[in-house]
Design a protein around this ligand. Sequence first.
Ligand SMILES: CC(=O)SCCNC(=O)CCNC(=O)[C@H](O)C(C)(C)COP(=O)(O)OP(=O)(O)OC[C@H]1O[C@@H](n2cnc3c(N)ncnc32)[C@H](O)[C@@H]1OP(=O)(O)O
Length: 472
Amino acid sequence: MNFRYASLLGRKSNCLSVAAKTVEYRPLSVAAAPQAKPSKSSFGKNIVLVDGVRTPFLTSGTSYSKLMPHELARHALLSLLQKNRLDKEIIDYIVYGSVIQEVKTSNIAREAALAAGFSDKTPAHTVTMACISSNAAITTGMGLIATNTYDVIVAGGVEFMSDVPIRHSRKMRALMLKANKAKTLGQQLSLLSTFRPAFLAPELPAVAEFSSGETMGHSADRLASAFNVSRSEQDEYALRSHTLAKQAQDKGYFTDLVPFKVQGVDQVVDKDNGIRVSSPESLAKLKPAFVKPYGSITAANASFLTDGASACIIMTEEKAKELGLKPKAYLRDFLYVSQDPVNQLLLGPAYGIPKLLSKTGLSLKDIDSWEIHEAFAGQIIANLKAMDSDWFCKTYLGLSEKVGSPDLNKWNNWGGSLSIGHPFAATGVRLCMHTANRLIREDGKLGVVAACAAGGQGVAMLIERYPGATAD
Ligand SMILES: CC(=O)SCCNC(=O)CCNC(=O)[C@H](O)C(C)(C)COP(=O)(O)OP(=O)(O)OC[C@H]1O[C@@H](n2cnc3c(N)ncnc32)[C@H](O)[C@@H]1OP(=O)(O)O
């Protein structure tokens, strides 16, 4: 199948102009032998990604819905040890991400590690950085290794959208706290008289920006509109994502996925369940999900609410050799970016990728594998247009000219968050593992992971295939 990717055709946006370009897409093609410049570590020592795993990513409200988040995380952590036949005693430290926290397990890193049977002598802490939380877990681990604090780190993340905390209203909470302290019947009755039925309206959580109150979907719709990304371009990109994910799933490329026998569910969960290849006609019929009635973001060209967990193990190359382990990749470099969370909320890749390339002395053509988080199809296309715009790159990145457009034949070749799913804090490890495994299968050398996150933040990471690595 050939995809003719039209999003970079020379349409004039109201805020930027984009060069005319049509890119032929050859799914799952094997790249030519890598010619990229050799890379080196910025950390004074080589840090390797030995392996990583994830639970199948499931649409929220499906087979995981009766679990608690630490149980999902437990499965990822335990499977990581089992798959790699690792002795739990070798793990020095655990860093784990979570965005929407279960209040009972606020340090979910520790609770999941204890539940998974890690040594109780292994410290663990939880990080949160919205959709890049497990990237933050990995890079926190890299920092601990680089500073010689520890040698062996487990990093990962979990998100559980099937059961999010729904709170009483502030007024109801205040009343309940006061009632808890009331000592006499008189005090209790006096408090009761202040109760109003309106207090019972719950506070429902939203996938929204705290500082502006705007949902991610609404912001993505504005971003798509600012970059003149049409509805059909978004649907075409979404279809590409689902088609490629289905192909990769059918070919057994998702070797990071560890099947899960969920208690109370008859069948073993062994596949991501959000991958759905539709026709362009059925996609075109869907109504806008956020900006109604004229928005362009729908349920099919947005990432969906997902349950899932991931975990990976990183260490010094020296330690991996000592333990006789076969790493997948070197973790070469990373950086974070942040900008205005109102108008530039989801442009993390457009800011992070050029900065990473400049920091590492690489150019777009040196990269054999791009794994970029797909929050929304419109957001991805806006990021591509931004990087291919002289105006954007001069105005916002301070460059003398545009960065250009990455080779889309090397872009998210196994689908992405739109199709595989996006359990917020688990996605970063999935991106790193797909990069590492794609570099192996596609015979590449260097891969870039990039993602946007709530708060207007973003990450970019450089990964290099480890010599002799296998994609199992
Ligand atoms: C940096 C960041 O990553 S920010 C975080 C980004 N992610 C988000 O913010 C999450 C955004 N997503 C969401 O909030 C939700 O998934 C929504 C609001 C878009 C959609 O939620 P829902 O309405 O519950 O979706 P639902 O699964 O019911 O789908 C709605 C309709 O679209 C249809 N649909 C969904 N996906 C597809 C598809 N791939 N192909 C065809 N039809 C589809 C469904 O069948 C359904 O049709 P129906 O109404 O006829 O039954």
